[in-house]
Design a protein around this ligand. Structure first.
Ligand code: NAD
Length: 504
């Protein structure tokens, strides 16, 4: 099966590359490899577009964003088929992904003015003569560098919030999903034809690096931890700020009182959907000892009938990126070599470009199958003495992205959710936080920093502007050379009354 990318020289000038269907090897389209000049030109045009877009009344920007979500909803079948062809994911999963993106565009459009518009704040007794307010202004041009695994939902998580905050966006999709990226950009031009408010840069890592160095006002990067470090180094050249949404090794915790059928069902979806190529996918499962064997049986039972493929009945597709198969193979081999056992599948599940479902049990915590992102349709299942031991093992990771807890006891579940070292946790479901647009999304450690989605996501793509307006003369003018010793005495007396009391 041909799944690699071909590069060629196009008419002796600009380089191009073909995007290929990962299941069949058929070409999807030919795209330019943007060089320094092309990236600089795109960013310069985006700068003009940014001025126009930021100058539109908020209501007009909102109307255009809502027109975009309506366009995406109406043409969902077209984009979903393209996503299926380019990444291999089932069409229904692609549709679900677009719907999630639509929900975020809708929320960002409807909430931008409320979150970012001027808010009065209390000035405090020392500055009682001032009226103070804070508002959030657009940054200008935001560069969005995206991955291929959720080629619509993931970049839209940055693009929608950056656009709603009044910025123009230059989008560099993954070299594995340029056709979907291009379609997304064209769809926005259908509703905003005047200026390239959302524009496209295609190519490999080097084109992304050029975008990071281009002097854009922020980079929103989603991809691997390894690449994030390179992007951060490129951003450092111009002190360009960055938000980094990187990999994960999310855990699902099952308490002894959990609804085991619901937990098994969610675990299987969380681990296997999209062939496990999900940053917030379930990779590790920690199960209370008392119900461990029952849960494992339920898990195996559910996985039995599932299979990858390119046909409409397949539960998930091929590995989009050929190189990932080796990582999966290494993790399974390491787990087995360390004394783990394959309850379902194993090394034999690998039939390129497909990987069948794999359930690994009794894998030591030191194995790469537990410590590193596998990004495949595999899961490890480990018994724990309690929910708190589950939290402890889940937290013993360099990543801190998402996670889930299955437990009937609400208080225990909430306490465990708070204790998990992750940006997001779902209780009694998986991945649900991604579908709640008002919730911030992002991680810590090797999972990155900064937040997209929600009010935090809108603020991530804006700069705070503080304004004070003097509404009356101060009782004592402290910031003047006319200030007297008597003025100072008054203020020191006030300060000692307000702040000088002893605290026990
Ligand atoms: P990747 O790091 O290989 O590539 C991501 C993007 O960065 C691509 O567009 C690529 O062309 C570009 N790039 C590569 N080198 C670059 C450089 N030196 N400078 C600038 N840009 C460069 O990641 P991937 O394989 O596309 O995506 C998979 C990874 O993304 C996984 O680790 C997954 O967990 C993560 N991911 C995270 C989230 C999240 O929200 N946290 C969401 C989806 C995927």
């Amino acid at each position: 099966m041909v799944t690699t990318m071909r590069t060629s020289s196009h008419q002796g000038t600009a380089k191009t590359f073909d995007s290929l269907n990962p299941a069949t090897g058929e070409p999807i389209g030919t795209f330019g490899v943007f060089g320094e000049h092309e990236v600089a030109e795109t960013v310069a045009r985006a700068r003009e577009a940014a001025q126009w877009w930021a100058g539109l009344p908020g209501k007009e920007r909102k109307a255009r964003m809502l027109a975009w979500k309506s366009y995406l909803t109406r043409y969902i079948m077209r984009i979903a088929e393209l996503m299926h062809a380019e990444t291999g994911k089932p069409v229904a999963d692609a549709q679900l992904e677009v719907l999630l993106a639509v929900v975020h565009i809708d929320w960002a459009a409807k909430n931008a003015a409320k979150v970012l518009g001027p808010h009065k704040v209390r000035s405090g007794i020392v500055a009682i003569n001032q009226v103070s307010s804070v508002e959030y202004q657009p940054l200008g041009v935001v560069g969005v560098i995206g991955p291929w695994n959720y080629p619509v939902f993931t970049p839209v998580g940055s693009i929608a919030y950056a656009l709603a905050a009044g910025n123009a966006v230059v989008f560099k999709p993954s070299e594995f999903s340029p056709a979907v990226g291009g379609w997304l950009v064209s769809s926005f031009a259908e509703v905003v034809p005047e200026y390239p408010v959302l524009s496209l840069v295609t190519g490999f890592g080097e084109s992304g690096s050029l975008l990071a160095k281009s002097g854009v006002d922020k980079i929103a990067f989603t991809g691997s931890t390894k690449t994030a470090k390179k992007v951060m180094a490129a951003c450092a050249e111009n002190l360009t700020p960055m938000v980094a949404e990187c990999g994960g090794k999310d855990a699902l915790l099952v308490s002894a009182d959990a609804d085991l059928d619901a937990a098994a069902d969610a675990a299987v979806w969380g681990a296997l959907s999209n062939a496990g190529q999900t940053c917030i996918g379930v990779e590790r499962i920690y199960v209370a000892q008392d119900i461990y064997h029952t849960f494992l049986e339920k898990l195996a039972e559910r996985v039995k009938g599932l299979r990858p493929g390119d046909d409409r009945e397949a539960n998930y597709g091929p590995m989009t990126m050929p190189g990932q198969v080796e990582v999966i193979e290494q993790h399974i081999a390491d787990a087995m070599a360390c004394g783990g056992r394959a309850v379902v599948g194993g090394l034999g599940s690998i039939r390129k470009p497909y990987v069948g479902p794999v359930i690994l049990a009794d894998v030591p915590e030191s194995s790469t199958a537990i410590t590193d992102e596998t990004f495949g349709p595999t899961m490890t299942v480990t018994p724990v003495s309690s929910l708190s031991e589950g939290v402890k093992l889940a937290n013993n990771s360099k990543y801190g992205l998402g996670g889930s807890i299955f437990a009937k006891n609400k208080n225990a579940a909430m306490a465990a959710a708070r204790a998990l070292n992750s940006g997001m946790t779902s209780i009694n479901s998986v991945i649900s936080f991604a579908s709640v647009p008002s919730l911030p999304f992002g991680g810590s450690g090797d999972s990155g920093f900064g937040r997209i989605h929600g009010a935090d996501g809108l603020r991530e793509f804006s700069k705070a502007k503080a304004i004070t307006r003097q509404r009356m003369k101060p009782m004592v003018n402290l910031t003047s050379f006319t200030r007297t010793d008597a003025d100072m005495k008054k203020i020191l007396t006030l300060a000692s009354l307000l702040h000088g009391r002893k605290y026990k």
